[in-house]
Write a protein that binds this ligand. Structure first.
Ligand SMILES: Nc1ncnc2c1ncn2[C@@H]1O[C@H](COP(=O)(O)OP(=O)(O)O)[C@@H](O)[C@H]1O
Ligand SMILES: [Mg+2]
Length: 246
């Protein structure tokens, strides 16, 4: 029996802006059906990596393999069609479109018998069902985040890229988003989760990697990080709260 191809394999990825380097040869894997968290200081290159994987930024060199197919440098629509869903940093909800319009747009052209339908997304995220006629700019931060996640699910992802999905949310809402992601992970969805807080990453992820100055400087199973959070803590900003129970 051959193992299923990794949901994501990034190797030797170099990327940046205007010829300048931000990612200096990044290597990162997401095994199928697992959650890989990526933490790192502000400006480390996390969003640049997410954008490069999603096809929004062309790498200078390196490999981005999705489900065994190299898609490095391919445009975002090709990467999306290969099964990559993106929940971007800052949510990027359209201010003038209603929730219903966002969902309808995301669900368009997805073929027969999609795994994720608008109905199923509304079952998972009932709050959105109560807000169908509200415009993006009328939603709370938490509602916008739910919409960003629902919209990404409607693209039928096999790999979900999430860039700081709890940024700027009240603690209870952030916890609800993490609960939602845990449920999706238990259902078998592969994820690359960029998180600012190590304790939150530990809650959701199977493995935790640290990106620093555009390089992966640490990558280990979550159990190892839980047993010794200070090693990773020391690679991050100074005032990270320790995970509970440690
Ligand atoms: N569009 C851009 N043009 C030029 N430089 C950028 C752009 N986006 C990000 N950068 C730079 O790339 C580096 C990494 O940024 P980013 O990937 O956003 O980091 P992170 O998400 O880890 O906070 C930073 O130095 C940032 O200023
Ligand atoms: Mg970022």
């Amino acid at each position: 029996m051959t193992a299923a191809p990794a949901a994501l394999r990034v190797e030797g990825l170099h990327a940046g802006y205007h010829g300048g380097l931000v990612l200096h040869g990044v290597g990162l894997h997401v095994e199928a059906g697992t959650v890989q968290a990526l933490v790192g200081r502000n400006g480390a290159g996390k969003t640049t990596l997410i954008h490069t994987i999603a096809g929004l930024l062309r790498p200078y060199s390196g490999m981005v393999e999705i489900g065994g197919v190299d898609l490095a440098g391919k445009p975002a629509h090709r990467v999306a069609r290969a099964g990559v869903g993106l929940v971007p940093q800052g949510r990027r909800v359209f201010p003038s479109l209603t929730v219903a319009e966002h969902l309808r747009l995301a669900a368009a052209g997805r073929g027969r018998d999609p795994m994720w339908t608008v109905e199923r997304v509304l079952e998972l995220l009932p709050r959105l069902g109560e807000r169908l006629d509200h415009r993006g700019d009328q939603l709370s931060g938490g509602e916008q985040q739910m919409l960003a996640i629902g919209r990404a699910l409607l693209t039928q992802p096999r790999l979900l890229l999430l860039d700081e999905p709890t940024e700027g949310l009240a603690l209870d809402l952030a916890a609800r988003v993490r609960g939602l992601l845990t449920g999706l992970a238990e259902a078998g969805l592969s994820m690359l989760l960029v998180e600012q807080r190590l304790d939150h990453a530990i809650e959701v992820a199977d493995r935790i990697a640290v990106l620093d100055y555009g390089r992966v400087v640490f990558d280990a199973p979550t159990a190892q990080v839980r047993a010794d959070p200070t090693t990773v803590q020391s690679m991050l900003s100074i005032d990270q709260p320790l995970p509970q129970g440690s």
